[in-house]
Structure formats: structure tokens, C-alpha cells
Write a protein that binds this ligand. Structure first.
Ligand code: G4P
Length: 527
């Protein structure tokens, strides 16, 4: 197969949802159709459950599993599908946001009973801002839930989307009879059996099929016809260009657990979802079809073996091909590097790969060369944009509890920050180190990992910070100088040496913003 065909057949996407909406179950069922697993249950443990924060071993075990399932690849109808895992736990949301920089589209899973939940709102907002094509899957139709039309309204209002239903449920919960597939124009009947494998379902190729009435009753048929008419009148027709631009979102219904509506989702997905898309770098837009290789690191994962302190850097191939043992330019370090054992991912395995194409994810063993956001190329000094670093919401002083291990502690902190676990700020006033995280769970993870991977002990001390803001402005201006002088106590530097204001309250932040209008207050470090 030629280079261009290899690109065309790739679909790289992420599944996003509020925890418990059914992301893991859906992922599993997709793998089942791809023949990548034989029976559901294999990916189940792929999530940081609502673990008690003190259960470190559990966190570690799950972190280990999540390396293996960071990328799940399978072939379906000759398409190479790469699913990038996004942790559902809100304390790991930052990881999810970064992973979204490496997907070409997403599937949003919503629980029919709970509707749009908080985490879904946050994640969809990011996708919306970046115009990522989205398909919405409303899950758990076997349960009693909200009315389909109310849900479509809720999705439009809370998520700010313009939806077009591509399927419609017939009944719900106890009364769930099946799904009308608007996309393929046929009816699938639901038999209520929980399916761990692929089975055959009763299928009618039209609402007017003579046997359909016997199966679901005339009332349900009439209802369905009325609803289809309503849909035609109210919702725009599916338009692929609008979907690809991120201005129209198709919605499908189903039950992942029962393996119902999943294949329909997959069939629709491979037909409409985009192949690898061009990506903007600071210098220019890079097309996947370009001969020269380029890619970027969107995730770094520490290896689980404590004796082997190497890490796996996940690189999304943007253009050209990534080849084993070829020298590539590490742009930030301005250094050529070769990789003798790059990994590819297939279902839950990882294997050494000789060549990878745009859309693919390559896992590179790293001994400390990589940071999130780093670019690798065939030689051109490119910098990919859009890897966000979020404003942390929890802050603590970090102290060294073992003076003999100061070096190990510094190294451990340095590497964990490169992995993107948290952010480190150094106070201008006294040089004290402050760790800022998006979730509270990270503090425990950091402490545990520093001890087990670096042999360093740390303790935390509370400090009162409301928000971290990156400050930008004309450093020579009077306003900047005055701000520096007056807010001295609250100023710090991040790892790159950027000035950060650690505001102690919403009020003082607002005051500072009002008072120093010449300065820009950014809530992420990417500006
Ligand atoms: P997540 O990754 O989004 O967090 O969700 P996950 O797939 O783990 O699903 C959360 C719960 O919802 C699981 O139940 C799962 O079995 C259930 N579920 C998923 N899809 C469906 C569906 O279509 N119908 C119904 N009725 N339930 C569904 P659990 O009790 O938390 O876990 P388990 O004991 O089943 O493993």
C-alpha cells in the first residue's frame, strides 16, 4: 500500500465523557468489532477508579495498565483505527486535554439518564474551541432515562452544539424496542441480552417492513414515524463538511453494555470521521502528505519498573513517516536522535515498529530527553502549537524531608514536571518551591512516585493561593515595574522562567487586573 493510501485509511480519535457514562465499555465493544479482542472485559481495568486517595498501590497498578491502553489500535474494514485513551477521572483532566491535541476527531459519550454532566461540558468546550469534529453517542438506552428530544435540546444548550440525529431510539428502559438508524435507514431490534461477543440482531430495512408491526406494535411504529417527521422539520440534514468543520454534530443512540448501536456507530464513524488532518506549527501549516517527517510529544509515561528509570514518550506522527533507526531532529534540544526500538500499539499490546504513518502514535523510550510539547522532525525546526498547560487549582509548598537526598528530589521533581504531572513554581522572594496541580490526587501520586522511583522524601505545607496567572507585558514599563514591586510576595517563576502571579484570592486577582490594564493575565502558560 502506498504512502497516501496509508494516510487515507487512518482514523485517530478519542472518546470523552464524564466518568461512568460508559467510555470504557464502548471502547471495549469497538475493539470487539475490530477483532482486536475476543471477549469484553479486557480493557475494563483501564481507568483510575474512584480509588481512596491513600490506595497508592491501586493508583500505581492502574497507571501501569493505562500505559498499555494509552493507545488502542485495530483494523476495521481496512481502516486503521487508533483510539487514544483519555482518563475520565477529573484529577487527570490535564492529561485528557493534552491527548485531545493528538486526535483528529472525538466521540462524546453521554449517559441517557444523567444527560450532560460537568466533565463532558469541560471537555467538549475544548473540542469546540479547536473545531474538532465530534460524534455524540447517547448510551445506556436499556435504562430508563431522559426523553430523546429533551436530551438533544440539552446537548445543544449545555454543550453549545448544533446536532443532527443519525439514529433514534424506539422506546426506552423497560420499553426499549430498538433503534431506527437514520444514517442507514433501517431498524434494529433490541433483545435485551447483555452481549460480550458479537451476535446477530433482528434487522428490518425499512419502517414499512410488513413484519415490523408484529415485532414492536403499531403504536410504536406510528410514534417513530411522527418523530422522524419532527426530526426532518427541526434538525438540519447531516452535512459532512459542516461536521468536519466542527459546526454540526451527529448524534447516535445505543447501549454499549448490550453491544447495541455500537456497530452502527462504528460504521458511521469510519465513513464520516476525518483522516489525519493538517496541523499548525508556529512556522507554517504541516500537511500529513508531506514527505518529511514531523511529530510531537503529547504524553509522557513513566515506566513501571523502578530499576529502569526510563519513560515512554508518545509521539503523534503529523507528516511523512517515522522510521526506526533514522536520525530525527529534536527541535528544542537542537540535537539529532535515533530510536532503535520505537513502539507501536495494537489492542493491548505494544510492539517494535519499523515504520509509522501520519495519524499513528509511536512510543519512544526516553531517558529524560523529552518534555510534553516537544517536536521531532526530519530536520526542519518546527514548533507545534496548542499543547495546553492548565492553570493549576491546588497549591502546596514542597519540602525536602531527607537532606541527604536533595539531588534525587530535584531530579524527581524535574522529571515529573516534564511528564506534566504538575507544575512547579519558584517564589521570587525566597526561592521556595510550590507545586500546583489540577487535581488533589496528584499530590499523593507525586509523593509516592518521588519515594519509589527516586528514593526522595518530601512533605507538603499548605499555602493560600487562589489561582496562578502568567503575566505578560512590557517589562520596562512603569506599570510592569510597579506590579513587580507591589506584588513581590506573590510572584514566582515557572519552569521556563516565565513570570507567574500566585493570586491569594479572587478579589486580589480582580483588583490587580483592574489596576494593571497594560499587563496581560493569562490563565494557561500557552499564550
Ligand atoms: P467510564 O469508562 O465512562 O467511566 O464508564 P464504564 O464503561 O466503566 O461504565 C460505567 C458503568 O456503566 C459500568 O457499570 C458499566 O457496566 C455501565 N454501563 C456502560 N454502558 C452501559 C449500558 O449501555 N447500559 C447499562 N445499563 N450500563 C452500562 P459498573 O457497575 O460501574 O461497573 P461493572 O460492575 O459493570 O464493571
Amino acid at each position: 500500500m502506498g504512502f497516501l493510501d496509508e494516510i487515507k485509511r487512518r482514523r485517530t480519535f478519542g472518546i470523552i465523557s464524564h466518568p461512568d457514562a460508559g467510555k470504557t465499555t464502548l471502547t471495549e465493544k469497538l475493539l470487539l468489532f475490530g477483532g482486536a479482542i475476543q471477549e469484553a472485559g479486557a480493557v475494563k481495568s483501564n481507568k483510575i477508579k474512584k480509588t481512596a486517595t491513600s490506595d497508592f498501590m491501586e493508583i500505581e497498578r492502574q497507571r501501569g495498565i493505562s500505559v498499555a491502553t494509552s493507545v488502542l489500535a485495530f483494523i476495521y474494514r481496512d481502516k486503521k483505527i487508533n483510539i487514544l485513551d483519555t482518563p475520565g477521572h477529573k484529577d487527570f483532566a490535564e492529561d485528557t486535554f493534552r491527548t485531545l491535541t493528538a486526535v483528529d476527531s472525538v466521540i462524546v459519550v453521554i449517559d441517557v439518564a444523567k444527560g450532560v454532566e460537568e466533565q463532558t461540558e469541560k471537555l467538549v468546550e475544548v473540542c469546540r474551541m479547536r473545531n474538532i469534529p465530534m460524534i455524540v453517542f447517547i448510551n445506556k438506552l436499556d435504562r430508563e432515562g431522559k426523553d430523546a428530544f429533551d436530551l438533544l435540546d440539552e446537548v445543544e444548550q449545555k454543550l453549545g452544539l448544533q446536532v443532527t440525529p443519525l439514529s433514534l431510539p424506539i422506546g426506552m428502559g423497560y420499553d426499549f424496542k430498538g433503534i431506527y438508524n437514520i444514517w442507514e435507514q433501517n431498524v434494529q431490534l433490541f433483545d435485551g441480552e447483555q452481549k460480550q461477543t458479537i451476535g446477530k440482531k433482528a434487522h428490518f430495512d425499512s419502517v414499512d417492513h410488513p413484519d415490523l408491526e408484529a415485532a414492536i406494535g403499531s403504536k410504536a411504529i406510528q410514534n417513530l414515524k411522527d418523530e422522524l417527521e419532527l426530526i426532518e422539520g427541526v434538525y438540519p440534514k447531516f452535512d459532512r463538511t459542516a461536521y468536519l468543520k466542527g459546526t454540526l454534530q451527529p448524534v447516535l443512540f445505543g447501549s454499549a453494555l448490550n453491544n447495541f448501536g455500537v456497530q452502527e456507530l462504528l460504521n458511521c464513524f469510519i465513513e464520516i470521521a476525518p483522516e489525519p488532518l493538517p496541523k499548525a506549527s508556529e512556522e507554517r501549516v504541516i500537511n500529513p502528505q508531506e514527505d518529511a517527517f514531523s511529530g510531537f510529544v503529547f504524553k509522557i509515561h513513566a515506566n513501571m519498573d523502578p530499576n529502569h528509570r526510563d519513560r515512554l514518550a508518545f509521539v503523534k506522527v503529523v507528516s511523512g513517516t517515522f522510521q526506526r533507526n533514522s536520525p530525527y531532529l529534536h527541535v528544542r534540544l537542537d540535537k539529532k536522535l535515533k530510536f532503535s526500538s520505537p513502539n507501536t500499539f495494537f489492542a493491548e499490546r505494544k510492539e517494535i515498529v519499523d515504520i509509522s504513518y501520519p495519524g499513528d502514535i509511536v512510543g519512544l523510550h526516553d531517558t529524560g530527553n523529552f518534555k510534553i510539547g516537544d517536536t521531532l522532525t526530519s530536520g526542519e525546526p518546527l514548533h507545534f502549537k496548542g499543547i495546553p498547560s492548565f492553570s493549576p487549582e491546588h497549591f502546596r509548598y514542597i519540602n525536602n524531608s531527607d537532606p541527604m537526598k536533595a539531588k534525587q528530589l530535584a531530579k524527581g521533581i524535574d522529571q515529573l514536571m516534564d511528564e506534566g504531572v504538575a507544575q512547579l513554581f519558584t517564589l521570587n522572594l525566597n526561592g521556595r518551591k510550590v507545586i500546583g496541580t489540577v487535581g488533589a490526587l496528584q499530590f499523593e501520586v507525586i509523593q509516592y512516585r518521588l519515594l519509589h522511583e527516586y528514593g526522595a522524601k518530601c512533605s507538603y505545607e499548605n499555602l493560600n493561593v487562589h489561582k496562578a496567572c502568567w503575566i505578560e507585558g512590557d517589562e520596562k514599563s512603569d506599570a510592569f515595574q510597579e506590579f513587580r514591586r507591589i506584588k513581590q510576595k506573590f510572584l514566582a517563576q515557572d519552569k521556563r522562567g516565565q513570570l507567574v502571579f500566585l493570586a491569594d484570592s479572587a478579589f486580589s486577582l480582580q483588583m490587580a487586573q483592574d489596576q494593571y490594564k497594560e499587563l496581560q493575565f493569562h490563565f494557561t502558560s500557552e499564550f
